[in-house]
Design a protein around this ligand. Structure first.
Ligand code: KIV
Length: 318
């Protein structure tokens, strides 16, 4: 009924009216700028590789979005990269939300995904839905990600029922570090491969918007990618996934340690920052910073008046 009323008033089909809904300050007008869960699926169909990167603050969010990535993930890896925790287990909902809000302000076109931290979805489904809804309502996320395979399928269905797209994450799931006994590549034997296939199919059937595959053999990631309809986004999962994700701090050498095998460094952010800060300090110490051009000056007449006053004072003092 409402559709007909709108259609009659506007003279267009419902899709035309709906397509003028602004998303993240942009018109979702089909012009291909705003990435949605639907456009990710299109990309899989057209074998068009998807790029995802993590971002945790406004400045980096703007940079990665303007560089053209399709997806920005506010990963719980911020526990280590931004907050200096030992692993991802300590980061809280409120800490994650703080970063999601900042990233939201910087991202216009990419799909914004918020990672659900450890403890925010494992206890009960009601809590999980409320926490996922906070990321959408307060943080402006367009999807949430959670770790785990087939045992999460029912929960994922319930979150999707609450109108929140969900990204799955299987393989090496860092929130299970204590259970896995370290960060170990998963699916290296036949039992492990079978479990991963079950996990992938269960999450695909549950309706995930995409599926992150972390730390699994290339051959297994290729089988999953061929099997599921949802786009797979790999990290340490070889080149046959529908897309790839890397951590911002990894590609820029900002992690203070040796990189994992799958990390490719695209820049040396550590050297850039260190050199810039050392150069600044050297200029301060040698009084080369700031120069006269980098200083504010009095207007000519105020300066002349000030000189007159000072000269008078000097004369009186003599
Ligand atoms: O937290 C994170 O950055 C992630 C990606 C590595 C997939 O989960």
């Amino acid at each position: 009924m409402r559709a007909q009323a709108l259609s009659a008033r506007g003279g267009g089909a419902l899709e035309d009216i709906m397509s003028l809904t602004p998303i993240g300050g942009r018109l979702f007008d089909g012009s291909g700028h705003k990435v949605t869960t639907a456009s990710l699926r299109e990309k899989k169909l057209h074998r068009d590789p998807i790029t995802c990167i993590t971002a945790y603050d406004y400045a980096t969010a703007r940079l990665v979005d303007e560089a053209g990535v399709e997806m920005v993930l506010v990963g719980d890896s911020l526990a280590q990269t931004m907050l200096g925790y030992e692993n991802t287990l300590s980061v809280t909902m409120d800490e994650m939300l703080h970063h999601v809000k900042a990233v939201r302000r910087g991202v216009k076109n990419a799909l914004l995904i918020a990672d659900m931290p450890y403890g925010s979805y494992q206890v009960d489904a009601k809590d999980a839905i409320l926490n996922a809804a906070r990321f959408v309502k307060e943080g402006g996320a367009e999807a949430v990600k959670l770790e785990g395979g087939e045992r999460r399928a029912d929960l994922i269905r319930r979150i999707i029922d609450a109108e929140i797209p969900v990204a799955g994450h299987i393989g090496l799931t860092p929130q299970s570090v204590n259970v896995m006994g370290g960060y170990k590549v998963q699916g290296k034997n036949l039992t492990g491969i079978e479990q991963l296939m079950h996990d992938a199919v269960a999450l695909d059937r549950a309706g995930v918007a995409c599926l992150y595959l972390e730390g699994i053999p290339r051959e297994v990631a290729a089988m999953i990618t061929a099997e599921v309809t949802t786009p797979t986004i790999g990290i340490g999962a070889g080149p046959d996934c529908d897309g790839q994700v890397l951590v911002f701090h990894d590609i820029l050498n900002l992690t203070f340690g040796p990189p994992a095998k799958f990390v490719r460094r695209y820049g040396d952010g550590a050297a850039l920052v260190t050199n810039a800060v050392q150069a600044f300090r050297a200029d301060v110490r040698s009084r080369q910073y700031p120069s006269d051009e980098e200083s504010y000056h009095l207007p000519k007449d105020t300066r002349a008046a000030l000189e007159t006053v000072l000269a008078r004072k000097r004369a009186m003092g003599r």
